[in-house]
Design a protein around this ligand. Structure first.
Ligand code: ACO
Length: 427
């Protein structure tokens, strides 16, 4: 017998058998529940999509209660230990780890597309010297659609692959130039001898030396951070990518929208907010007073809590280990003591324990970024570089989904039903 859910409508006494697949019912099946034939039918109401699956996906698996995260079935801990970011980007987008020839080709294609069109550089120069790099990043990604109009041909797999490569290759160049612009420094051209992440560091930090050589520990740490941020199933920005993509928009426009969603302090802006919070707290002895103020409703403990994880975020564990390696090179970030004390107190406090609020990926990432010399305003941009791979993977999956239609939620209308227009003098 097929799995069904029996619903009895007490308004009419009728019973309905709703099919159950993958532990879900289709919201559209509720439409048959009507009081009379003219009814629109029953809808589900789910603000912020707390309990609504918007798609079927084979990319990322999360078990929030057990603290499990896997990309294409591979545990994040193994990918962070053994993989490189570009290899994981390939895995996310194409479904399997690349064999050596595929990886070599992928690497080569990426390095051929790292450069930005000179006009893009000029476009970026138009931003004010103190423009937030994330604002520069998302605007510039959107502007790329005007440079590559063939990207509109989203049904052509050859074009899609080209735009995919361009986006992954150019994201760090845009990020680096956004940073150099705010620092008043000239743009650095890529060095194809370096790795993807090594070259990003070159484009960020090269001065007058003829050849820039990144510190291998920092290069690896940043690569791991890109892997950890690469995908996280249907989060706010990924849902934005899919929503925009569902109207058949080109990938640059969709990705600009996803980056805009990421910018918010409740999402990718959280690591910047964590660092500002730790700086404001200042010293470990100020932590108890700060925790009390959070419990009294004065703001949130940034870097804590997650919509999906109700246990320790597995990415936060990897990041904590990475932080120690980075601090051996850069020296210990003094804010680490504040963070450790905050974590210790919060994990013992009934308020956080009862709400299952644990450190998330961004609690420690900002400390590493700061130790590596990044300004907090660059933190969400670094997140966006890693997440670009996931956004594209999800967009590709969307385009291949037989159930794809333009995203268009319903609403429960609660306003005035009808009113006659009142002329100005009579209001
Ligand atoms: N500090 C203090 N209290 C919190 C926090 C926090 N960081 N997060 C949640 N709570 C409390 C809420 O006040 C609420 O309490 P109540 O039941 O007494 O009203 C309860 O915990 C549930 O919170 P919600 O807001 O309903 O949880 P939701 O799943 O909607 O929010 C979110 C998840 C946005 C991540 C939230 O935990 C938060 O704001 N965290 C801080 C920002 C942050 O770190 N964001 C990064 C997330 S990871 C990422 O995007 C990469």
């Amino acid at each position: 017998m097929a799995d069904t859910l029996t619903i009895t409508d007490n308004r009419t006494g009728k019973q309905y058998e709703i099919p159950v697949t993958d532990d879900t019912i289709r919201a559209a099946d509720l439409r048959q529940i009507k009081v009379d034939p003219d009814d629109f039918g029953m809808m589900s109401y789910d603000p912020a999509f707390l309990n609504t699956a918007s798609c079927r996906s084979a990319i990322t698996f999360i078990d929030g209660d057990k603290g499990i995260l896997r990309y294409r079935g591979y545990p994040i801990e193994q990918l962070a230990e053994h993989g490189t970011f570009i290899e994981i980007a390939y895995l996310l987008i194409y479904g399997d780890l690349p064999i050596s020839t595929e990886l070599a080709e992928w690497k080569d294609e990426l390095s051929q597309h790292v450069m930005l069109h000179e006009n893009i550089k000029k476009f970026m120069e138009g931003f004010r010297y103190d423009a937030h790099p994330m604002g520069i990043f998302l605007s510039t990604v959107g502007a790329l659609s005007t440079f590559y109009p063939q990207a509109k041909d989203i049904d052509d797999p050859v074009s899609r692959r080209l735009q995919t490569i361009r986006l992954i290759a150019k994201a760090p160049s845009i990020a680096a130039y956004a940073y150099r612009h705010s620092a008043g420094k000239p743009y650095v051209y890529p060095d194809s001898e370096l790795s993807y992440t090594g070259n990003f560091l070159n484009q960020l930090y090269k001065r007058t030396e003829p050849v820039y050589r990144p510190d291998p520990v920092l290069e690896r740490a940043l690569d791991v951070l890109f892997i950890l941020h690469a995908d996280h199933e249907q989060n706010c920005s990924t849902s934005a990518m899919r929503n925009i993509g569902s109207s058949n928009a080109d990938p640059y426009s969709s990705l600009a929208g996803a980056a805009a969603a990421l910018y918010g302090p409740l999402h990718g802006g959280a690591n910047e907010a964590v660092l500002r919070m730790l700086t404001k707290i200042g010293t470990a002895d100020q932590v108890p007073a700060f925790v009390e103020s959070v419990k009294n409703g004065k703001g949130r403990l940034m870097g804590f809590g997650h919509r999906v994880y109700k246990s320790y975020d597995p990415r936060a564990k990897v990041i904590k280990a990475t932080a120690n390696q980075v601090f051996e090179v850069t020296g210990r970030n003094p804010l680490l003591d504040v963070a450790l004390e905050l974590e210790r107190i919060a994990l013992e406090d009934e308020y956080f324990v009862s709400r299952k609020l644990y450190p998330n990926v961004d609690f420690y990432s900002g400390l590493i970024y700061q130790a590596m010399g990044f300004d907090p305003s660059m933190f969400p941009v670094l997140f966006a570089i890693g997440r670009t791979a996931g956004w594209i993977a999800q967009w590709e999956e969307l385009l291949g989904d037989e159930a794809r239609k333009i995203a268009r939620p319903r609403q429960v209308y609660v306003g005035e039903l009808i009113r006659d227009y009142v002329t100005m003098g009579d209001r």
